[in-house]
Design a protein around this ligand. Sequence first.
Ligand SMILES: [Cu+2]
Length: 248
Amino acid sequence: MRVSNIISLSAIGASSVLAQNNATGKLGDAAAITGNPIGKTAIATLPEQPFWKGSLNGNVQGSVVAKSGLNGEGVDYEISFSNLPQEGGPFIYHIHVAPVPEDGNCTGTLAHLDQYIRGEDPACDSSRPASCQQGDLSGKYGKIQSSEPFTAKFHDPYTSLKEGDGAYFGNRSVVFHFANKTRITCANFAVQGSNTTAPYPTGTGSPVKTSPAPTASPSIPVDNAGAVLNVLKNLAIAPVVAGFLVLL
Ligand SMILES: [Cu+2]
């Protein structure tokens, strides 16, 4: 192979890596979650009254039901929404980082669950869900078209029902928006607890705070720094460490 060909191939490789890096979090792609308590469920049910004060025929109705995935890996979601607004779709919904305050003000839920500091733009590429904001459920798994009722079931590897994880959402909220991001309604998750007696991963050494198995992200090269960072992310202190690294 000619040197010029090698150089141009290298350039293509470098530019594709750069393009990928542009569309992920400042802390990288989201790690797959393991160790969710078996049988644990969190449900967010929309309230009777909308937050949005425009013209609606009653609030959007429905819920987001989230259960620990098989073997505690990731979370299985069941979504159902009805009484959708007549216009302003397709609608979008997310896990937001803060709970709904007592007065029901959806603005108080702040931004999306985004532990890896990705931001909303560019829009989530649903073919690479690990690169999206963890809370961007409609970005990763589909917006809500206007046909009623809207239902969806999907598995998300990147959100957690394990307290202490940065990706834990049992104490957070769901917000339902118009396509233009205006907040229509919102609801807190309520944890239903574990409905089985299957054991938590305790009593077998140090099973809890391990980094995800390398097989969870086979296409991503892992160096020592990356592995350390993954562990730190699991400990939910990555932003602190990232701040420290910036100081360096
Ligand atoms: Cu949102």
